[in-house]
Design a protein around this ligand. Sequence first.
Ligand code: HEM
Length: 914
Amino acid sequence: MSVWVTWPALTKLGTLGVVSGLLVLAVERQSLFENNLFDVEDYARYNANITCDARSHTARTEDGTCNILENPAEGSALRRFGRNVDTAVTHGETATLLTPNPRDVSNSVMARGEFKPAPSLNFIAASWIQFMTHDWFDHGPNADADPIQFPLPPGDALGSGTMSVKRTQPDPTRTGADTGMPQTYRNHNTHWWDGSQIYGSSREVSDKVRSFVDGKLKVGSDNRLPTELLSGKSITGVNENWWVGLSMLHQLFTLEHNAIATKLKAKYPEKDDQWLYDHARLVNSALMAKIHTVEWTPAVIANPVTERAMYANWWGLLGQGGPRDDYQAEVRMLQEDLAKSDSFVKRILGFDPSMADGFGNTALDHALGGIVGTTAPNNYGVPFSLTEEFVAVYRMHSLLRDKIDIYDIGSNIVSRSVPMQDTRDRDAENLLADEHPERLWYSFGITNPGSLTLNNYPNFLRNLSMPLLGNIDLAAIDVLRDRERGVPRYNEFRRQIGLNPITKFEDLTTDAATLAQLKRLYGNDIEQIDTLVGQLAETVRPEGFAFGETAFQIFIMNASRRLMADRFYTKDYRPEVYTQEGIDWVEHTTMVDVLQRHNPELSSSLVGVENAFKPWGLNIPADYESWPRVGKLDNLWINGAMRTQFSLEQLPPLVPVDVGGLIGSILWKKVEERTDVAPVGYEKPIHAHGVMAKAKFVPVANNGYTGLFTGADSGLLRLSVTGDPADRGFAPGLAWKAFVDGKPSQNVSALYTLSGQGTNYDFFTNELSSYVSPEANETLGTTVLFSAVSSKPTLLRLDDMAQVTQNGAAVASAKAPTQVYFVPRAELRSRFVSTPHDFRQDLLTLKTGTKVYDVYATSMEIKTSIIPSLNTSYANQRRSNAKKIGEIELTSNFIASQFGDSGVFFKHQRHEDK
Ligand code: HEM
């Protein structure tokens, strides 16, 4: 029998399976609430000294007191961490503290060899979680006395000698009553989800970050946070372990606070600084909590069950508000099923979700009911605190990279790589100033973090230079801390939180080298496996999960509890406390909105990005067609072409025409598809490689034609060859797409002749046209193939282009050319050599502003003849009749890109489609 949880398998059973998974989680969470909340603090001792004044009834206090008015010390700063496992098993290790040697663990199963990315996430997700943990917990500075010392294992890169790690600061509040009880530690932050990483957890810190004007926080004229004189780090609520990812987030949400304060001031001009500050803090904190719940978490555990669970946590799947409509149909389906005597859900679950628990709630209530805005905070009878086990599962240092790659906005070519250690402390602020936040956000948006697996711990953290501390190995410390603080080792941890213990190392992984290391380290004893090591080693993970089920089990509990126990997310999450503007701000703002508000330069990069924590890229939202032409072009250009640009050294080799690939479905797609982007997996069997630029068509005034021929300033020009010229000769081709406001784009393609210009490799030797004569002996056979879908396969119609202007206006009496000619500009002719070479190298030298083609057009009827000389004569007549109607000018440089090669789509406008 598998030791792993089974609910993920339910997702295979369709919608009812997914909602069944949700019910299973709800029941599990309930049982964890009943069995796994342990409190080790004596609040009464502190309550006597706390007065909850009128302000604290509607505002978060600096130190987190008075959230729970009946127990005001609950959740406040400097109160102890609780536990999620029986306190009897939480005695810090002493005899086994150094077994196995933490540095040996670090060297053998943590050290990163090759970087393993987490492909479904971006690097913002990594900084975000550190940003969150700095809101939630901090064990304070470590103690100087009696450091933990252990020998460097043989062959260690640091040589021989010992490694020294300071102990966690002991709890100075212990009294005789604690004698014999396991060690306790205090959270130096408030336990609440209250933005304390920005606002601080004491009056003293909060006073440092406030401007005391209009409720705002301090920022300089350059929108940057003030810095400490000595360390050079930002002045903010928590600036420990500082690096540029934190600088970016602290700046962003400080600016967001100020934006909220501005909004409130405009609405409530009579209110004073304190009122504005308090309300802006409430709103900003709730916004961060919401972003974490409904955006970060579903990105990290991207499973249909957990996605619904997270929406339910914030909004409930039934209540009012939030984008829950998608889920309501599912909920109705579930309710209908449960009402049946042979309910599918009851059968697969083996329990009855409508049975009430001891508190009178059913599994259904738990699964569907929202937390935020519910009537009363509920701590399940155990005062709220974060726990040591919660801290343990957030040891996610493997998410970090060893270097940060910085890109120009839109590009995928690294412009600069900065080692992580050079992004820390003072360097973080310098980097932010040099590169500007928007470039860093873009760069973080498109890079992956590390995956949470073994042998993926960043090397810079295993050799971390800390001011005043010297070199430390954080991987060894991570392992050591859990042992020191009495977090049970992996298998006991699992038992304690209601999961099956593993029975053999092979349950974790099948990788032979890893198994050998694990068995050696832990002397073949699965009970010795460190909690962090076991978690990272779990290779069986629910689908879409960036981490395993052991960590998840702790999340299920704490993610909900942080909200459920807090007065400001339950009873007092209401307009009377937050203001209506405040509630609306929280409910209607996403991480993408926040990024865009403070970095308008990112608007194109964020087009269609629904979850800011997933890799940014090209998205074509449902309403894409209705956008203005410039928006569509920018989206394709920035998020499509530039993001997938090939560097000069890495141009993909030209390939022969894939004649086989031209048949059947591809051809039909070519004539039927009307989108700008090819369906996923589409590959161009012909004209597979080329270059593309943004281009405008500048018309000759009154050229006689209508629609886009009267001007098209937002277009794409792609130049390519049919296949590898070495194969069947050099056959240049062109495709030009013009975008239209609110309506589909239009395009035309042009060739010289079907079989090309032989051994002449100069792209600009010949003019290209929308009509070429069929060639009886054409070597490719494309004519014959295209005949399957068009009676005039070598003729492209231009009617559509004449029927709409770039503003989207339909043209009443359209006038289209019958044939257009793209005539290379004189200055480009003979600019490039005709001997064999890669034509792209030529075209890539053409910069924005270059006029590439004069466009000629005729409206003479296209007559053909089977007599070759007559046919040529007709063609010549048309050509001499053609007049220049405009020019095509580049509005960007030419670039080669994967999007340009296989993403962008030019439809084939058939004779039949006129
Ligand atoms: C440049 C980035 C980072 C640096 C320099 C850094 C450094 C550190 C250091 C020095 C500690 C204290 C070790 C000790 O107990 O003595 C620590 C603890 C911790 N870090 Fe990081 N860290 C970074 C990023 C992250 C990230 C991305 C996460 C993700 C969640 C994270 C989560 C934690 C957690 C959970 C702890 C334990 C906190 C506690 O014991 O209260 N850190 N980190």
